[in-house]
Write a protein that binds this ligand. Structure first.
Ligand SMILES: Nc1nc2c(ncn2[C@@H]2O[C@H](COP(=O)(O)OP(=O)(O)OP(=O)(O)O)[C@@H](O)[C@H]2O)c(=O)[nH]1
Ligand SMILES: [Mg+2]
Length: 397
């Protein structure tokens, strides 16, 4: 295996978009926290907190659900590399915690972790403002607990949110399924699915679509579910999938994933189905690459930078399959599965990969251009408004 040193910047930009090295996560509570009282801050972008540099409005992902359902654990495990056992010591959340997840590539959003019991009738809780800028609402249901109350809370939350913003993706995590047998998991999912949709149908809201996922922080299911939630928020997804399809069909590759290295969320994959084992192998491979890079790949000057342009790894599995990892951007890695005999044409694969990388770069460039234009437009609008309010602009007629 070949790995090389240097960085993957940790993309959780908390204060100044600065980087922390992978593997050295700061366990301090580096969330931006604010109380419900702070929520009525008015935002001119319709409630979305825009990135001042790009003019981009980051979609929000809300984590909601009853107390102790596992919301904060999910966030800590997926985005802070907290080990699942450590979540046992997490304290109950008592105010909304907001965190920016932004890696300046395709994955860019905010996660809002809510306290268990949100009171929609509390006048200080400006839920309209919250839901207006929301891309996805994840509702977490503890599957090891009685879920009658959770279902009625889900119904209330979803109907409120839908009224304010019908474009929200509603995602239901049937969580803590690690304690359940396979049969019990399927039965729980069927039951929750039926009851939640019946409630919506009774309210005449069958057009609201809920997506269900079985999740646990003790395996990769939470990463996979989060990947799917995030993918829905990436407008370039069809383009990325198309590029991956073209790449694999011309390179003798069976499956390819585009991974966000830090969170191990897969941003896109080709159109063949994903199986959990393959996904887990990819996550393990990324861990191995980063770990080996941290241990052997870092010179003193480059300390803390385990992922860079030269990062790549090849793993031969004992079933004649090869896994091939290559750097795509500072934050993204491609992980491919292919047969050993096809790997003999590595030159072709590398050439196709080079073309793929260029195409991705073009997609990025378009995105950057759009963001710049948006920023210019909003600046112009603002200065025009300022002029009008100062009475400088007057109608000549
Ligand atoms: N077995 C199991 N336990 C989990 C899982 N996820 C979270 N937990 C446990 O659930 C408990 C509550 O987790 P939290 O993340 O604090 O729950 P929360 O929803 O943020 O709770 P509030 O902040 O009070 O609303 C902790 O003891 C976690 O260890 C899971 O997937 N499986
Ligand atoms: Mg919490």
């Amino acid at each position: 295996m070949t790995t090389s040193s240097k960085v993957v910047s940790k993309y959780i930009e908390v204060e100044d978009d600065e980087t922390l090295a992978l593997g050295f996560y700061d366990d301090d509570d580096d969330f931006n926290t604010f109380t419900d009282g702070d929520l009525d801050c008015s935002c001119e972008d319709g409630g979305g907190f825009s990135d001042p540099l790009s003019g981009e409005v980051k979609p929000r992902i809300l984590l909601m659900g009853l107390r102790r359902s596992g919301k904060s654990s999910i966030q800590k495990v997926v985005f802070h590399k907290m080990s699942p056992n450590e979540t046992l010591f997490l304290e109950s959340t008592n105010k909304i915690c907001r965190e920016d997840v932004s890696n300046s590539s395709f994955v860019s959003f905010q996660i809002w972790d809510f306290p268990g019991q949100i009171d929609f009738f509390d006048p200080t809780f400006d839920y309209e403002m919250i839901f207006r800028g929301t891309g996805a609402l994840i509702f977490v249901i503890d599957s090891q607990d009685d879920y009658v109350e959770a279902l009625s809370r889900l119904h209330l939350t979803v109907t409120r949110a839908y009224k304010v913003n019908p474009d929200i993706n509603f995602e239901v995590f049937i969580h803590k399924v690690d304690g359940l047998s396979d049969d019990a998991k399927i039965e729980k999912q069927r039951d929750i699915h039926k009851r939640a949709n019946d409630d919506l149908a009774d309210a005449g809201l069958e057009r609201i679509h809920l997506s269900f996922y079985l999740t646990s922080i003790y395996d990769h299911s939470i990463f996979e579910a989060f990947s799917k939630v995030v993918q829905k928020l990436i407008p370039q997804l069809p383009t990325l999938e198309n590029l991956l399809n073209i790449f694999i069909s011309n390179s003798g590759i069976e499956k390819a994933f585009l991974f966000d290295v830090v969170s191990k969320i897969y941003v896109a994959t080709d159109s063949s189905p994903v199986d959990m084992q393959t996904y887990e192998l990819c996550c393990d491979m990324i861990d191995v690459v980063i770990d080996i890079s941290c241990i052997y790949g870092l010179t003193e000057e480059e300390a803390g930078q385990p992922y860079d342009k030269e990062s790549m790894a090849i793993i031969h599995l004992n079933n004649t399959t090869v896994m091939y990892l290559k750097e795509v951007t500072k934050f993204l890695a491609m992980v491919c599965f292919l047969r050993e005999e096809n790997f003999e044409r590595k030159g072709l694969i590398d050439y196709n990969f080079h073309c793929f990388k260029n195409a991705i770069q073009e997609v990025f460039d378009v995105r950057v251009k759009v963001q710049k234009n948006r920023k210019l437009l909003s600046q112009r609008r603002r200065s025009k408004q300022a002029l009008t309010t100062n009475g400088v602009l007057s109608n000549p007629h």
